[in-house]
Design a protein around this ligand. Structure first.
Ligand code: NAP
Length: 279
């Protein structure tokens, strides 16, 4: 039976470290959290991020804007936050309501305040291999693997999902650690064959039940990034947990795996931004 990777405990440890480091800075780090519209899931995420700030000695600056906010109004706010010395990080909760253009909004955030690491400049730095911001979810996966001593060099890593926020940047981070990376998606012809040869199998598809036990190589490390909601309201990942746990060496649960640490990584990035600004 696989060892369960505990993201919750590690997240608490990372947040405590951030709080300790933040308290040593001459000025309290600040994170602006911008929410446009009333999307219930986004409201929950934003509240969680603001609560995390409170626990990490980071000041949060909440901005709640109506769904009718124009592109110009949102860009004006971002420009104001870019100039505000008390704001180290700017987070615009996605998705934005239509017709707001996400790409233009992300590009307007000053790269040194882009704590989500979505700005094209930071994405480029990640690709080149420069040190800088790491996107929170891929950083969470890497930190979990490191914490449990999972060897990546020379290993076969298969990632299911090619989004800009998870699959693609995670592939870059895995490549940096000398893994041999395969990215799968909906057009992948033989998903089961690709997955079943993975030493490290990471699923970020958002499809409950996609990864069954027979797709997991004996002894593989399985990381489930997805968060799906069942009909009864409970959460699950892409992986059929009991089946996969019977074959894997390590496995992340959903909830309690990648998710909590993702939030902690946002705090870490805000601290990093504050340290850069202090220099
Ligand atoms: P996304 O933008 O919808 O991307 C999903 C990716 O999975 C796409 O590349 C898609 O392929 C691929 N995919 C979907 N169904 C597939 C299938 N049946 N076979 C093979 N590939 C398939 O989603 P995302 O934003 O990356 O998020 C992915 C999941 O992770 C979601 O459940 C989300 O809630 C979760 N998530 C969790 C965290 C966390 O911190 N735990 C953070 C972010 C996201 P195509 O490109 O071909 O469409």
């Amino acid at each position: 039976m696989a060892t369960r990777i505990d993201g919750k405990t590690l997240a608490a440890k990372v947040k405590a470290q951030v709080a300790e480091e933040a308290a040593k800075l001459p000025r309290q780090p600040g994170l602006a959290v911008v929410l446009v519209g009333e999307d219930p899931a986004s409201q929950v995420y934003v509240r969680g991020k603001e609560a995390d700030c409170g626990g990490c000695a980071i000041r949060s600056f909440p901005y709640r804007l109506p769904a009718e906010t124009t592109q110009r109004e949102l860009l004006d706010l971002i420009e104001k936050l870019n100039r505000d010395p008390a704001v180290d990080g700017i987070l615009v909760q996605l998705p934005l309501p239509e017709p707001l253009e996400e790409a233009a909004v992300i590009a307007a955030i000053a790269p040194e305040k882009d704590v989500d690491c979505f700005h094209p400049f930071n994405v480029g730095e990640l690709m080149i291999g420069e040190k800088g911001f790491y996107p929170c979810t891929p950083a969470s996966v890497m930190r979990l693997l490191a914490e449990y001593g999972v060897e990546l060099s020379g290993k076969s890593c298969v990632i299911v999902g090619r989004s800009n926020i998870v699959g693609k940047p995670l592939a870059m981070l895995m490549l940096r650690e000398n893994a041999t990376v395969t990215i799968c998606h909906t057009k992948t012809e033989y998903l089961k064959k690709e997955c079943s040869r993975a030493d490290i199998l990471i699923s970020a598809a958002g499809q409950a039940g996609l990864i069954t036990g027979d797709m997991v190589k004996e002894g593989a490390v399985v990381v489930d990034v997805a968060v799906n909601r069942r009909a009864d309201g409970t959460l699950c990942g892409d992986v059929v947990f009991e089946e996969a746990a019977g074959r894997a060496s390590y496995i992340t649960p959903v909830p309690g795996g990648v998710g909590p640490l993702t939030r902690a990584m946002l705090m870490k990035n805000t601290l990093y931004a504050a340290v850069i600004h202090g220099k």
